[in-house]
Ligand binder design. Structure first.
Ligand code: ATP
Ligand code: MG
Length: 183
């Protein structure tokens, strides 16, 4: 594969868990590993993708950041209450048990602003989830978990960097979600 990393960056918008939620999710991943035989994600990499963009020109990053500046939302709490498995990509993930309107809205607002700025090609439908294990061998039945409470008080633009030791995520920009939702 040609190395385009000088001119291109693989980027996505996400929520990053606070230490307590991160540890709880990582503990859960370790607990189910013997049963499903997947590759446990390292704790620091755990996140919830709001919008995946893929490769963009580095020169376009300021424009991307400017578009996301238009998103304005209040901070909110939500709960991850179930564990489930996607067969098509062999991922085990934690997810909310019900729709979280603030989360769905945030993902939709981001999509809207990036679209308006002409910076969004086709993108997948938003599915709130946190990948806990990859390359899962043994299918997992959907199951309730002890709820993991997550405070969403910021969203981030992240670059996904491939290294010989696996993927590394670098935060390029952070937007706080304030208490009132105003600017
Ligand atoms: P790797 O691909 O090296 O195993 P990764 O999947 O964590 O690692 P990326 O492929 O860069 O790294 O993906 C970054 C984030 O975006 C992950 O949460 C991933 O699930 C999500 N993602 C990747 N591709 C898509 C896509 N086509 N649509 C929606 N989300 C995606
Ligand atoms: Mg991937």
């Amino acid at each position: 594969m040609p190395d385009n990393s000088q001119t291109q960056a693989r980027v996505f918008f996400a929520l990053w868990p606070q230490a307590k939620s991160r540890q709880a999710l990582h503990k859960l991943a370790l607990a189910i590993q013997p049963q499903c035989k997947g590759r446990v994600m390292i704790a620091d990499n755990l996140h919830l993708t709001l919008l995946f963009l893929g490769e963009v020109e580095r020169a376009c990053l300021p424009q991307l950041i400017k578009a996301a500046d238009q998103v304005s939302a209040a901070s909110f709490h939500f709960r991850l209450e179930k564990l489930a498995f996607w067969r098509h990509n062999r991922i085990a993930y934690a997810a909310p048990a019900v729709d979280v309107p603030s989360l769905t809205q945030l993902a939709a607002d981001l999509r809207k602003q990036l679209k308006a700025a002409g910076m969004l090609r086709k993108s997948e439908k938003f599915a709130a989830h946190v990948t806990l294990l990859r390359n899962v061998v043994q299918a997992l039945a959907p199951q309730p978990i002890t709820p993991v409470i997550w405070l969403a008080d910021a969203f981030v633009l992240v670059e996904s960097v491939s290294t010989e030791h696996g993927v590394r995520y670098e935060v390029l920009h952070q937007w706080p979600l304030n208490a009132s939702g105003g600017k």
